[in-house]
Design a protein around this ligand. Structure first.
Ligand code: AMP
Length: 470
């Protein structure tokens, strides 16, 4: 291998390189190759990186190096982190913390994750110990700051991860409050999949002459993901989905629905068709979510039905199939959704079931991604005559008008909470409800390993598949 292409040429400490090698990475991804030297040089960074590009290691590795090789300027104190990583959701926070632990396991650095929706006391206990890296969602971090259980005055490096999503979820005020608690002099890194005017404004106020890296063009989808659309009346969608799942013998499929209720109903329907499925969203108990996710990751649960916010931050290696049961109202979310497949160099497959009511959304997506999505018909699918009667109207909340323009400041044109049940809550509450920790990742197949061959029977018939323990 060309040394230019290897991690060892980046100047990372041997203890970090050892952990990277153990993780099985040989070559830095483009975002890593660009971001790591800039972060090591100490500058601020504005990074445009879609999920799945390896961005987490792109900031985690150089941060570990900097903290490991430079002693803390002030006195080390419990609950006083040197690095703060803010994320929009609990899932993402848990996954970033896991990455920090994985890559930092041969360093003495201590990391902690905090998020809302769980008892605060264990977090308070943990903050009584020495701490180098804190990964947090904004709301719970502010709770701790208010109780003075965390001291942010020693933060040398700040990361805003998935900043666009934090703004979408209404965290801008919380972010500004957190920023006010941090030292003025610090290194700041802002990662965002998309660049709205709001993100640019946030970056301008926060970053000092930042280096910029951009690995995928804005709002483009990965060439590794094949995309197709089936035009189908809403009432026939679930039958078509069950048909496609069975006929193609897809074994690891993430299905997006527009509402939590729709996710529940669809997973129940699939269960009744003998296809094991579970729904994951903010109304599920943490244990149900954790179980569903770990079974989905280890390949024992073939179908996971999720809402946008619940799916945010899920890192499932080599996820082969994504299905949009309904198109998202915000065209950019289409890019995020299908970014769940075709990750880290593997190929993926994304299909969308599109009712004629949703054709405007499809046009908006095609305009945003500057491509036409192939339209397929499924000749072997014959809808049942009872599809219309047995169809539950709850599954079909009509789409809102398409939205793919930049999100402007002061809340104008901000999309409503994506999950139906979150309507009427404050954005923060809705976001908190959606963010729960995930199970350890990397439980899925190793990179490069072909999908496991499993008999069709594995996709069908599972013990009590419908409404599995939710
Ligand atoms: P991220 O975009 O940070 O969510 O990372 C996406 C996936 O890529 C994660 O599962 C990482 O473990 C994996 N990954 C990150 N860096 C590399 C690399 N250099 N080589 C192979 N896989 C990687």
């Amino acid at each position: 291998m060309n040394t230019q292409d290897s991690f060892s040429s980046l100047g990372l400490a041997p203890s970090i390189l050892r952990a990277v090698a153990e993780a099985g990475y040989t070559t830095p991804t483009p975002i890593q190759a660009q971001a790591i030297p800039q972060v090591l040089a100490g500058g601020d960074l504005l990074a445009a990186a879609q999920t799945g590009t390896g961005k987490t290691a792109g900031f985690t590795l150089p941060i570990l190096h900097l903290l490991h090789t430079t002693p803390a300027p002030g006195k080390a104190a419990p609950g006083r982190p040197r690095c703060l990583i803010l994320t929009p959701t609990r899932e993402l926070a848990a996954q970033v913390k896991e990455s920090v632990d994985t890559y930092g396991k041969y360093t003495p650095l201590q990391a902690m994750v905090m998020f809302g929706g769980v008892n605060i006391n264990p977090q308070i206990q943990a903050l009584r110990k020495p701490l180098d890296i804190l990964v947090a969602t904004p709301g719970r971090l502010l709770d701790h700051a208010g109780q003075r259980t965390v001291d942010l005055s020693g933060v040398e490096i700040l990361v805003l991860d998935e900043a666009d999503r934090m703004l979408d979820m209404g965290f801008i005020r919380d972010i500004r409050k957190v920023l006010a608690l941090l030292p003025r002099k610090k290194q700041s890194l802002l990662f965002s999949a998309t660049f709205s005017d709001e993100i640019r404004a946030l970056a301008q106020g926060l970053l000092n002459q930042p280096g910029e890296v951009e690995v995928a063009k804005r709002n483009t989808t990965s060439e590794l993901v094949s995309q197709a659309v089936y035009q189908v009346p809403q009432k026939q969608k679930r039958e078509l989905l069950a048909h496609l799942l069975k006929r193609n013998d897809w074994r690891q499929v993430l299905v997006f629905t527009r509402t939590k209720h729709g996710a529940n109903r669809l997973s129940e329907y699939l269960g009744k068709q003998g296809i094991a499925a579970a729904a994951i969203h903010g109304n599920k108990s943490q244990s149900a979510r954790t179980r569903a996710l770990s079974e989905f990751k280890d390949g024992s649960l073939p179908v996971l039905v999720a809402t946008d916010i619940a799916a945010r931050g899920l890192d499932i290696e080599q996820l082969p199939h994504v299905v949009n049961f309904e198109l998202p109202n915000v065209a950019e979310d289409y890019v995020h959704r299908i970014g769940r497949t075709g990750r880290a160099g593997s190929t993926g497959h994304a299909i969308s079931l599109v009712d004629k009511e949703e054709l405007k959304l499809l046009t908006a997506i095609e305009r945003l991604t500057r491509q036409r999505i192939e339209q397929l018909t499924e000749d072997s699918f014959v809808p049942s005559t009872t599809a219309a009667e047995s169809y539950d109207e709850d599954l079909a909340r009509p789409p809102r008008p398409p939205h793919n323009g930049p999100r402007h400041g002061n809340g104008a044109r901000r999309p409503a909470p994506r999950d139906g049940n979150a309507a009427g809550r404050t954005p923060k509450k809705a976001a908190d409800d959606h963010a729960r920790p995930s199970t350890p990742r990397n439980a899925a197949a190793a990179p490069g390993k072909p999908p496991r061959a499993r008999p069709q029977a594995a996709l069908l018939a599972r013990k009590s598949p419908a409404g599995r323990g939710h």
